[in-house]
Design a protein around this ligand. Structure first.
Ligand SMILES: [Zn+2]
Length: 274
């Protein structure tokens, strides 16, 4: 069984804030014909033009560093925007190359895509990424081996826990920082024509209520609440204001830590030998 990892001493619960900077790849990976649909692609352009600058200012205002999962294509095509994230102290982590789903990918192809993504991010940061989140959280049975071989410290893809844990097997430790669709902004706010995706647009109050209730329940359990956000979704002014309410709420509890994913994975591993 996977080994649950304790939070570092003095930390009762953690809130992890992550942004998946999918930009245009959110749309081209859903349907290649979207490359010829400027209005559909403009959802993705919002990431770069408006979402990221507003998010960076919000994080500065709240004295926070976050983790940005960036597809390699986005780093290659919008290097100035991604360099800005790195320059302002945020963590850059791996989110595929073209943002295409890896479900059913064979080992050799998945390794090739992972390496393409590493190369693109290394050009920005000068170092290999510590963390991996697959597009749409789609992984395969061989993915853990590939991540270990490529020197990753953590994955943030699984929905089987509220605590960080150590993946079984392999010589090097691989930490899981669990996620949940309920803690992803997409299911509440994302609407599109291509593909047709006409969900109800949730009021921010509803989402703040779900996320603050989750944290309220998580805190006594000593868990980790991972928010998976997107600049083109949560980068809207109203949604960003709602996120600040979630951050303020988490900080009203005792002994709460809001680290980057990499900081938490390293800190949890520090206590892994006991
Ligand atoms: Zn994504």
């Amino acid at each position: 069984m996977n080994k649950r990892l304790a939070l570092p001493n003095g930390v009762q619960a953690a809130l992890l804030i992550s942004f998946d900077v999918d930009a245009e790849t959110m749309w081209t990976s859903k349907d290649p014909r979207n490359a010829d649909r400027p209005a559909v692609l403009s959802h993705g352009r919002y990431d770069i033009e408006v979402g990221l600058p507003l998010i960076l200012d919000m994080l500065d205002r709240n004295e926070l560093c976050a983790t940005f999962f960036v597809p390699g294509w986005v780093a290659d095509n919008h290097p100035a925007a991604i360099e800005q994230l790195h320059a302002r102290g945020h963590e850059i982590a791996h989110h595929g190359y073209l943002h295409d789903g890896m479900h059913g990918a064979d080992r050799a192809y998945e390794l090739e895509v992972i390496r393409q993504g590493i190369t693109a991010l290394e050009k920005i940061t000068g170092t290999r990424p510590l963390g991996y989140r697959s597009p749409m959280y789609e992984i395969n049975l061989h993915t853990w081996d590939l991540l270990r071989d490529e020197g990753f410290l953590y994955s943030s893809n699984m929905m089987d826990s509220i605590w960080p844990y150590l993946h079984d097997g392999g010589p090097q430790p691989l930490v899981e920082l669990p996620v949940q669709w309920m803690l992803d902004d997409g299911p509440y706010y994302l609407v599109s024509n291509h593909p047709p995706n006409h969900r109800q647009v949730y009021a921010s109050d509803t989402v703040v209520g779900i996320w603050t209730d989750e944290f309220r329940g998580m805190h006594p359990l000593g868990g980790v609440m991972t928010l998976t956000l997107h600049p083109q979704i949560t980068g809207r002014p109203s949604r960003l204001a709602a996120l600040e309410r979630v951050i303020d709420n988490a900080r009203s509890y005792a002994n709460v830590w809001l680290p980057t994913h990499g900081e938490l994975a390293k800190a949890c591993l520090g206590g892994a030998d006991d």
